[in-house]
Unconditional design. Structure first.
Length: 265
């Protein structure tokens, strides 16, 4: 990454982390870069209207310009425009967290996170990556979509570090889990990455790009409704993949949940 671009992003992320005006010397100290370099970046941001000086020697802070640009960009994101109605319907029906991630190679990055009404919820931030390929439902979905040579190479290099008592410990068990998931069209994480948390994921493809939808929440809430959640999840992904515009609300799926088998550990 270009050093100038990286430092500019570091500036913006620093203000978000500190949540307060910062002086030039503070920015230099916190980012561990020379004052002269900080001054150049800060001056450019100020000239372009992205930061302003609160008062003489009172520090600098970002303006609303960055927020306005981000809102405009997000409002016209073709992927989110297409998926939003479907994913909000899925979230509302289950009242659990729903997440959308885009796959790129062996990495999946969250583009959208929808929160439930419950105070106890599963939290992920937009821009974060799937944390573990072998212990999360999203990671398993990604692995299952690799071709055989890619999957073989990935599994060979993978170390199955135990994260909880339910984490898959052997590659043969992981391979079996992927086979089961492919057959039923969704993948499960039953407290494998975090105690008390259950997630299920399924994938779909737009223009040769793979996306992953995840439903996540406390095991105590999701386990009793796993059949229903899996059926709604698979149906949502099917509609997202098949419908060209993706802007039609989900219709009732009848007793589809009764035909979806529950696979837990």
């Amino acid at each position: 990454m270009s050093k100038i671009v990286e430092r500019t992003l570091d500036f913006l992320e620093l203000f978000a982390a500190e949540k307060r005006p910062l002086s030039l010397s503070e920015i230099s100290r916190l980012l561990k870069i020379p004052v002269s370099s900080c001054h150049d970046v800060l001056q450019t941001l100020q000239d372009r209207g992205y930061t302003y000086e609160i008062a003489p020697r009172a520090g600098y802070y970002p303006t609303y310009r960055l927020n306005d640009i981000a809102v405009t960009i997000a409002a016209h994101d073709p992927v989110l425009l297409r998926a939003d109605a479907f994913l909000r319907t899925l979230r509302d029906r289950l009242d659990e967290s729903v997440l959308l991630a885009k796959v790129s190679g062996l990495q999946a990055t969250y583009l959208l996170t929808l929160e439930p009404s419950h105070p106890l919820r599963f939290l992920m931030k937009v821009g974060e990556n799937v944390r573990s390929l072998y212990a999360t439902s999203a990671g398993k979905t990604l692995l299952a979509r690799l071709d055989e040579p890619e999957l073989k190479a990935c599994l060979k290099a993978m170390k199955l570090q135990p994260l909880t008592r339910n984490t898959i410990r052997t590659k043969s068990a992981l391979q079996k889990e992927l086979d089961v998931g492919r057959q039923r069209k969704w993948f499960l994480n039953h407290e494998e990455s975090q105690e008390g948390v259950m997630t299920l994921s399924a994938g779909f493809v737009w223009h040769s790009v793979t996306f992953i939808v995840t439903v996540a929440g406390p095991s105590s809430r999701i386990a009793p409704r796993l059949n229903e959640a899996a059926a709604l999840l698979v149906d949502t992904c099917r509609r997202l993949e098949l419908q060209p515009n993706g802007n039609h609300p989900l219709k009732p799926i009848g007793d589809m949940a009764s035909h979806t088998k529950m696979h837990t550990k």
